[in-house]
Design a protein around this ligand. Structure first.
Ligand code: SAH
Length: 364
């Protein structure tokens, strides 16, 4: 079957505010309180299947569910690692665009990595998604459906370790979340809204990761929902950063760090700096020193650094830094008084969280 034309995904219950849900239900000739029942099914019981909505009359629930919950994402491939506690899912969207999400269960927490765009327009050369280019923005409901699927799998005991809740969410799948700010902000609102109107997650456990789109970072600060902000810096100097993160020619290192500091000042949330350590590219001791100096020049205690060993992408000439170089880089940052934790590379054996599954599919 030929892929359908790219376009707007169908409107879905999860795209709507509580008032819009009530209005939509009323348009279908139903009592507005049905909207609340549907919200409870969706956000508390993680279902959009009319067969599971037994508190609604049968005819009503069939009509409401068909209209309000059009199928938006369809799992087409599932990969497991770490004894089934890391699960990566490839989803096909209504127009056959592809995205992925990764669920990671740890002893005391669970984390979902979601996609906010199909592909990405930022073109970072070390990132698999960056090589795909941008297909399109996801809608709010297309992002929330990835989240619901994770809540549901955990709730139904499908992930080893017994039934659990989703605690953490990171916008570190495909896409640049702040290049799709409207849908991402609406998603965040639904994530933190108390059940049954939302998933009832804690804002501090939600991380929005960005290449440094300065105006949108400032907008996010004004939202009044103190999510964690992560800035993908990868180099402290403009020469190298413009190569690794091309948008740096528009928003420089200093401008991006200033916007990160502003985010901290407005929200009180400590910002994360992401730094993929690439052998002989950005892993020199002097770059660790320069990075620390630039951060400390803006104050103390407002930032921490997450170096991550580069996860090499197919066809890339770059590899991860040597272990000893990584250790020296981290030691220098800590020596400057900046809290630094190496980011977990869980799922790297299934190319977790770096857009590689969808990239592979395109090669087939
Ligand atoms: N567009 C957002 C989210 C991207 S993915 C952003 O750039 O922040 C989340 C993180 O993974 C980013 O810091 C990104 O730079 C990093 N990343 C991408 N490809 C990687 C790779 N091959 N190895 C290690 N980290 C990578």
């Amino acid at each position: 079957m030929a892929p359908r034309r790219r376009g707007k995904p169908p409107r879905h219950f999860a795209d709507l505010t509580a008032e819009q849900r009530a209005a939509s239900v009323a348009e279908l000739g139903e009592k507005p309180f049905r909207a609340k029942q549907l919200a409870a099914h969706y956000f508390t019981h993680f279902t959009s299947d009319p067969a599971e909505m037994t508190d609604l009359p049968k005819a009503t629930r069939d009509e409401l569910a068909t209209t309000m919950f059009p199928p938006l994402i369809r799992p087409t491939r599932r990969m497991e690692a770490d004894g089934g506690t890391t699960v990566k899912t490839l989803w096909h969207l209504f127009d056959d665009a592809k995205v992925e999400s990764v669920l990671m269960r740890y002893p005391h927490r669970t984390t979902l990595c979601v996609s906010s765009q199909a592909g990405c327009g930022m073109a970072c050369p070390f990132c698999a998604t960056g090589q795909l280019g941008l297909t399109r923005n996801l809608s709010t409901a297309e992002i929330l459906e990835q989240v619901r699927a994770a809540f549901r799998a955990l709730d139904r005991g499908e992930i080893p370790g017994g039934p659990a809740r989703l605690n953490n969410l990171v916008f570190m799948g495909m896409g640049e979340p702040l290049a799709n700010p409207r849908a991402v902000i609406e998603t965040v609102k639904a994530l933190v809204a108390p059940q049954p109107e939302g998933f009832g997650m804690s804002a501090r456990n939600i991380t929005v990761s960005t290449v440094g789109l300065v105006p949108a970072m400032r907008k996010l600060a004004d939202l009044g929902i103190p999510v964690t902000l992560a800035l993908s810096l990868h180099a402290p100097d403009d020469d190298l950063r413009s190569e690794l993160v091309p948008i740096n020619t528009r928003f420089s290192v200093d401008e991006a760090i200033d916007a990160a500091r502003h985010y901290y000042e407005v929200t009180g949330r400590r910002v994360s700096i992401e730094y993929a350590l690439i052998k002989d590219m950005n892993d020199q001791g002097w770059r660790a020193d320069l990075l620390a100096e630039k951060l400390n020049a803006r104050g103390r205690g407002w930032v921490h650094i997450n170096p991550i060993p580069l996860n090499p992408t197919p066809g890339s000439i770059w590899t991860a830094s040597e272990r000893s170089v990584e250790e020296e880089f981290v030691a220098r940052l800590r020596g400057h008084g900046i809290p630094t934790t190496i980011r977990d590379t869980r799922g790297s054996d299934i190319d977790g969280a770096c857009g590689q599954l969808a990239a592979e599919e395109d090669d087939e």
